[in-house]
Design a protein around this ligand. Structure first.
Ligand SMILES: C[S@@+](CC[C@H](N)C(=O)[O-])C[C@H]1O[C@@H](n2cnc3c(N)ncnc32)[C@H](O)[C@@H]1O
Length: 188
């Protein structure tokens, strides 16, 4: 799939930010270092943290800027793959952590269920799935998201896992566009 969205401004804004709080929390539940996957890694702010913590990090992102971002890091434990979530062949029983920060809702809705299933299959037993899925309400200016899910639907995706954290967060208060973000950390 060809990426037509220009993420460069977002990447410049986030590259050197500290890791996402949800990831920091999730790492409390990852007992050993091992292989992790950063799904839609963007400018690699979370990947940088994972590498510093000793993990072997596969990053998938359909934006070809990923290669440029990865070159800035130069680490043998970093494996960038330019691919879409929809096309990536997730391995089975591979990762101790699957991370998806601000990314899953960009997955095409017709592939969404399969992608979530594959992410869960890619985890080792005891592995952690840490991510965010969006819902929306309010008026609809243009949005890049392709898939929104209700709280019930998100919980359904996680029903075969142990839920460690589930939080609802609202964004864009006071504007016409609202998103509700479901933050979750779950163990296989
Ligand atoms: C909002 S950014 C989040 C980046 C990073 N996770 C962070 O928190 O800084 C979303 C990322 O998902 C990637 N992306 C969007 N749709 C995708 C898809 N279908 N397959 C793979 N990557 C995708 C974009 O290229 C972008 O890097």
């Amino acid at each position: 799939m060809v990426n037509k969205v220009d993420w460069s401004e977002w990447y410049d804004m986030t590259r050197l930010q500290p890791p996402n709080k949800l990831l920091v929390e999730a790492l409390l539940y990852v007992k050993n270092t091992g292989k992790v996957i950063d799904i839609g890694g963007g400018a690699l702010r979370d990947t940088r943290h994972l590498l510093q913590r000793g993990f072997d990090v596969t990053v998938i992102d359909k934006n070809s800027l990923l290669e440029k971002e990865a070159l800035k890091i130069k680490n043998k434990r970093l494996h960038p793959i330019v691919t879409s979530f929809e096309d990536f062949q997730f391995p089975i029983n591979e990762y101790v952590l699957a991370l998806a920060i601000q990314s899953l809702s960009y997955c095409d809705f017709t592939h969404f269920d399969r992608v979530i299933k594959n992410i869960k299959l890619s985890l080792k037993k005891g592995g952690i799935f840490c991510g965010q899925i969006y819902d929306e309400y309010g008026q609809e200016p243009k949005s890049l998201h392709k898939t929104y899910k209700t709280v019930e639907e998100v919980k359904e995706y996680l029903k075969d896992m142990e839920i460690i954290l589930f939080q609802e967060e609202e964004t864009e208060k006071g504007r016409t566009k609202h998103w509700r973000i479901y933050n979750f950390i779950a163990r296989k």
